[in-house]
Design a protein around this ligand. Structure first.
Ligand code: NAP
Ligand code: HSE
Length: 434
């Protein structure tokens, strides 16, 4: 029998323990697929005295050097999360000639270039399938299976926590704080859930997806991010009334000469769009390529076992290389240097909710203000009163973001407008979906 492939695991939280469980549960099948047994030899923990019954029989260490110096360990699997020391540990592992597998989108989105350069220099793999979409295969499909295409658009629901929260708020009218707590209890949320609800987690994934789709390096700082903290039950009700659902979307478009447009924000999505039906913790990534047309990848975007599924796919790929003696796979695919489209130049339709004085001539004044700034209105509705004031909802036609910002500024100067309660982008229907 072939010598076992030994793993050094960094971190044994939600995903780390999921990986240990799945490797044990499916040991026989994984051995057949790799051509050798795959075993976790050592786990790096912060406190070696803490009881960890699920790691019985596995060596624990609180010293990274133990793993780096162990020549038996061929693959280091980083599941600690955060930028530091995860980044440094992964670089050191590659320098020591070990393949690295990670679910850490923070490091990939901010230091992807450094990681790939180190992998290249040391002829090892740097694999990160679980960093986007939890259990959904999307990194390998973009790097390999769809490589024939020129990809023009990627739209994803890539944060399980916020999709779970928006789904519960839409279906059951649940309270924001209660659904966030549920998502945390289920192991979906990041250690600091602000990253989920403020759109940062999705922005990191958007950067990774855009880099892979457009073959140009997109880092976190190139992505504009807005989360779901300003979404209220009123917005969700208006969306329903107008034929939309509210989703947190990661949008990446290659606009040719205008550059790359990558952003994360809540959006009104037509109920007929393929992504509108993606509920709970499920994620999906919708792609347009010039050969495949439209494609969508769907599955569980967070949680111990779904994420372990993606991590182990990478472990198996690296382990097969070790068994067969062939080192590197595809490596870095960012061979272009495309410019970025400024956010103000991006084009979208908008939903705008305002509180105004309930008196004659107000609608006219608002419509004129939009018109003066070159914003054309698609519909205006007035259904609710809030105290002595009226609530007005406006949906615009497609317009440059800079014109919306100008219109917002002018509206706040009107004495009849007391508040702009929210401004949310409206996505159009996908091809073939009306
Ligand atoms: P988690 O439950 O917080 O687990 C992280 C573990 O790493 C904890 O056990 C922690 O130890 C340990 N750790 C942190 N810093 C350490 C250090 N310096 N030395 C040793 N151990 C350290 O996080 P998770 O949810 O498993 O996420 C792990 C990674 O997977 C993150 O990059 C996350 O973004 C990514 N991810 C998570 C999911 C998901 O559904 N949860 C899905 C996809 C990707 P203590 O117990 O001592 O704090
Ligand atoms: N916190 C993340 C989410 C975990 O909710 O999607 C998966 O990356």
């Amino acid at each position: 029998m072939k010598q076992p492939i030994k793993i050094g695991l960094l971190g044994s939280g939600t995903v780390g323990t999921g990986v240990v469980r799945v490797l044990q549960k499916n040991a026989h099948e994984i051995e057949q697929k790799v051509g050798a047994p795959v075993e976790v030899k050592t786990v790096l923990v912060r406190d070696i005295h803490k009881m960890r019954p699920y790691l019985e029989g596995i060596q624990l260490t609180d010293d990274m050097e133990t793993i780096l110096r162990d020549d038996e360990i061929g693959i280091v699997v980083e599941l600690m999360g955060g930028l530091h020391p995860a980044r440094e540990y992964m670089l050191a592992a590659m320098e020591a000639g070990k393949h690295v597998v990670t679910a850490n989108k923070d490091v990939v989105a901010q230091f992807g270039r450094d990681m790939f350069e180190m992998a290249e220099r040391n002829q090892v793999e740097f694999l990160f399938e679980a960093s986007v979409g939890g259990g959904i295969p999307i990194v390998t499909p973009l790097k390999e299976c769809l490589t024939a295409n020129r990809i023009t658009e990627v739209i994803g629901i890539v944060n399980g926590t916020t999709n779970y929260m928006l789904t519960k708020m839409t279906q059951c009218g649940s309270d924001y704080a209660a659904v966030l707590r549920e998502a945390q209890e289920k192991g979906y949320a990041e250690a600091d859930p602000a990253a989920d609800v403020e759109g940062l987690d999705a922005a990191r994934k958007a950067a990774i997806l855009a880099s892979l789709a457009f073959n140009t390096r997109v880092s976190l700082e190139n992505v504009s991010a807005e989360g779901i903290t300003r979404i209220t039950p009123e917005d969700i009700d208006y969306a329903r009334e107008l034929g939309y659902v509210v989703k947190l979307l990661a949008i990446a478009r290659d606009l040719g000469d205008q550059g790359i447009d990558v952003r994360v924000h809540p959006a009104f999505l037509p109920v007929g769009h393929p992504l509108a039906a993606v509920s709970d913790v499920f994620n999906a990534i919708y792609i347009k390529g010039n050969a495949i047309g439209e494609a969508m990848f769907y599955g569980r975007g967070a949680g111990a076992l779904p994420t372990a599924s993606a991590v182990i796919a990478d472990i198996v790929a690296a382990a097969r290389g070790l068994v067969r003696g062939n080192a590197q796979g595809v490596g870095c695919t960012c061979f272009e240097h495309k410019p970025f489209c400024p956010l103000e130049d991006t084009i979208s339709a908008y939903y705008i909710r305002l509180l105004v004085a309930d008196q004659p001539g107000v609608l006219g004044a608002i419509a004129t203000t939009f018109g003066d700034q070159g914003v054309s209105l698609n519909s205006v509705i007035q259904t609710r009163r809030v105290g002595p004031q009226a609530e007005i909802v406006v949906v615009t036609h497609q317009v440059q973001y800079r014109k919306i910002l100008q219109a917002e500024h002018c509206l706040t100067q009107l004495p009849v407008v007391s508040k702009i309660s929210n401004v949310i982008r409206v996505e159009t229907a996908a091809e073939g979906n009306g």
